[in-house]
Design a protein around this ligand. Structure first.
Ligand code: FES
Length: 178
C-alpha cells in the first residue's frame, strides 16, 4: 500500500527564538558557574578583608572591673577561615589599675599551656599543673615557668576595653607570638 503521508519536515525554529534560547542557556550556565565559584573566589579574597582571629574585640566596660583585683573576663571572637565562620569563646585576666589603665594577661600558662588561677588569699597567680607562681603584675615567683605571664595587646576607647587575642610559644623564655 502506497504511503500517502507527506515526509515530515524538520521543525523550523524561528531565528529570533533560537537566539533567545542560546542567550538563555548561556546565562543559566554562567549563573551556575558563578554560584559554584563563590567559595573559591572567597578563598582568594585578601585576608585583610575577612574577620579573623587577631583583631581587637570589644570586651566590656572598664568601670565594672574592681580596681586592683584580677578578674577573669570573657568575650566572643568571630573568626572566618576561607568560607567557614565560627565563634571562639575567649577568657583573659584583666586588672584595672586606676581609672584608665588596665593590664590584660593571657590565661594560658607559658610553661606548657595549662590555665592558671588567681589566689586572692596569697595574692598570687598559680598554675595547678606544675606549681608555677607569679605575682599580681605577672613576675615569676616560682618555676618551672620559663617567663612572666604573657600580656595581651589591648586598648581603651571611652569606657570600653578592647583586647587582641594572641597565642605564644610555650616553654621558652622569650614571648613569641605564634
Ligand atoms: S603548665 Fe603551668 S606550670 Fe606547667
Amino acid at each position: 500500500m502506497a504511503n500517502t503521508e507527506e515526509p515530515q519536515q524538520p521543525e523550523q525554529i524561528d531565528p529570533s527564538r533560537r537566539s533567545f534560547l542560546k542567550i538563555s542557556s548561556n546565562a543559566i550556565a554562567g549563573f551556575a558557574t558563578l554560584i559554584l565559584a563563590i567559595p573559591f573566589l572567597d578563598a582568594l579574597i585578601s585576608p585583610s578583608l575577612r574577620i579573623k582571629i587577631g583583631e581587637f574585640v570589644k570586651v566590656g566596660p572598664v568601670s565594672v572591673l574592681s580596681d586592683g583585683d584580677p578578674q577573669k573576663v570573657f568575650f566572643d571572637e568571630r573568626a572566618k577561615d576561607a568560607y567557614i565562620e565560627e565563634t571562639e569563646r575567649r577568657d583573659v585576666w584583666a586588672i584595672r589599675n586606676g581609672s584608665k589603665d588596665v593590664t590584660v594577661f593571657s590565661p594560658i600558662c607559658p610553661h606548657l599551656g595549662c590555665r592558671y588561677n588567681w589566689d586572692p588569699a596569697s595574692e598570687h597567680f598559680a598554675c595547678p599543673c606544675h606549681g608555677s607562681v607569679w605575682s599580681k603584675d605577672g613576675k615569676i615567683l616560682r618555676g618551672p615557668t620559663p617567663r612572666p605571664l604573657d600580656t595581651l595587646p589591648h586598648k581603651i576607647e571611652g569606657d570600653e576595653l578592647y583586647v587582641k587575642w594572641e597565642r605564644f610559644k610555650l616553654g621558652v623564655p622569650k614571648k613569641i607570638v605564634i
